[in-house]
Design a protein around this ligand. Sequence first.
Ligand SMILES: O=C(O)[C@H](O)COP(=O)(O)O
Length: 194
Amino acid sequence: MIRLALLRHGHTSWNRAGRIQGRTDIPLDPEAADVLRSLALPRPWDTCALASSPLARAAETARLVSGREPEKVPALMEMDWGDWEGLHAADLHAAEDADHRPIETWGWNYTPPNGEAPAALRERLKPWAENLSEDTLAVCHIGVMRAALALATGWQFEGPAPFRIKRNRLYVIRIADGEWYLEPDTIPLVERSM
Ligand SMILES: O=C(O)[C@H](O)COP(=O)(O)O
């Protein structure tokens, strides 16, 4: 059995503006970097293997909370939102011709135009996670975390998700023999001692 702890990156200007980022490489904004600089990983996650998405917002978050350089893992790249990247989510909701649907109605196979379905994300994430040989902390994105937590809870992207993804806390998944299980309690980052 290994444990995989997931952490979402800090805010970017696009997060604050409600713009869809996907694979667009938007860095942390200065306020987010300040917040993360004041936080640290709790034990034992401060010394475990450290991975991140190749995107700057995730790698920088990993560096700020750990003081270490993460291994950049393509499997942790954010879901590809295709033609919707750069758009404001609110505009997309309002547009009648965008075929935009709430995530709770997607199922695993709905695909944003020229983007990636959660099922495709699952297929790149599973082999990486199931081949880990030690407990690992992965700094990544809400789309990746949603797919991982869906695998770990049985949620099928239909109806309300049985989890809420918040920043600055670890979501710990136990993986053994291809079975994923979400630990019930999340673990907050801790204040960095000066
Ligand atoms: O904008 C996006 O790509 C997602 O909705 C949020 O992804 P993030 O976790 O990379 O901000």
